[in-house]
Design a protein around this ligand. Structure first.
Ligand SMILES: [Zn+2]
Length: 116
């Protein structure tokens, strides 16, 4: 067939290393670093495909904290319920200590002073 020679071979780590005048170990570590930066950890090809599929299926989510309309990042885990602001720190501690009441604004402490 006339297409012989025109079809490009699949891109391999070895070929990339050859073209960039470097070694395959460098290319592999750069791929690993890119995966960590994009997905938070060194995921396998099938795990990345699965995450991207789930991400496409998932609709836009917003924070579970009442009166908060901040979106949850689309790359976040499917179980994540709170935005960056309410997912950690003071808001999380408040929910932990006060349960359902943790969703209500905390009233200031009453003064211990006895009326004169
Ligand atoms: Zn929030």
């Amino acid at each position: 067939m006339a297409l012989d020679g025109l079809m490009s071979e699949p891109l391999t780590v070895e070929r990339l290393a050859e073209e960039d005048w470097t070694n395959p170990i460098t290319i592999r570590s750069q791929i690993k670093q890119a995966r960590i930066e994009i997905f938070g950890r060194n995921l396998s090809d099938s795990a990345i495909a699965y995450r991207l599929k789930k991400q496409r299926e998932r609709r836009t989510r917003v924070c579970a904290e009442p009166d908060c309309r901040r979106p949850i990042p689309s790359l976040a885990n499917g179980r994540r319920r709170y935005c960056d602001f309410h997912g950690s720190g003071a808001a999380r501690l408040r929910r932990h200590r006060h349960g359902v009441a943790g969703f209500k604004p905390i009233r200031p402490r009453r003064s211990r002073r006895v009326a004169d």
